[in-house]
Design a protein around this ligand. Sequence first.
Ligand code: ADP
Ligand code: MG
Length: 265
Amino acid sequence: MSTTNNANGRLGLMLTELRLPTIKRLVPEICDQSDREGWTARHLLEQLLEHEMSERDIRRIERHRAESALNPDKRLSTFDFTVVPTISRAQVTAITEGFEWLKRGANILAFGAPGSGKTHLLSAIGHALIDAGQRVFFTRCSDLVQRLQAARRDLRLPQELAKLDRFDLLILDDVSYVRRDQAETLVLFELIAERYERKSIALTANTPFSQWSEVFVDAAMTVAAIDRLVHHATILEMNVESYRRRTAQENQTKRASRTTPPGFS
Ligand code: ADP
Ligand code: MG
């Protein structure tokens, strides 16, 4: 490696100052290659900047994944579509590949019994959107309600809502576990109203809308919240048997068939 091409001297200092760590790392190798192969100055510059830009994209996506609070294991690659006949892979691909719905602030509402895969599927959609450069935040709905309530007490609710605004998609897990006696759910309504037609919400719920009167302060607020949520929404009905129970039963059957002597099954 030629000493003139290392990035320790003045060049290194400038690259640090300009926050170009990838170029700084690659200068020795790429400049040597450029000297050997007689690249034009323009080609060398393009090569260095291309590397910086692509690593910058990767670093940004890693940051977005870290801030999302998504469970790293719940991905589309581990989601078995065959057990949920009401949802097709094509439908989910359309959601993760076209962002037109995110630009409109449209919503996704996933309903189904406990264990039907709602959290897994919405987390997987979240990861796929992050891979595609979008910003996503996952939270249990009751945790967020508590956080917003605390912000309201400290007169910081507008600032707290504004913080959530940087996310293209907010995933609220288990909306039906929020109880109006557990928390002042007015803040949840305010969040829904604030994001309406601007920023998307994806939510999971174990209970259909008809039982949501438990969640909001009064009937009028329940209707107003549901109205805003469904106005532009994709509804994912996941009415399948609990995946946990199914796999537990399958494992039990497997264990039983291993321990049962031949002729006794
Ligand atoms: P819900 O949120 O509807 O209660 P979860 O998404 O938490 O259900 O699913 C329960 C468990 O079963 C999780 O560990 C999840 O990863 C797994 N699971 C559910 N549905 C599927 C599926 N279709 N393919 C793979 N794993 C699944
Ligand atoms: Mg869940």
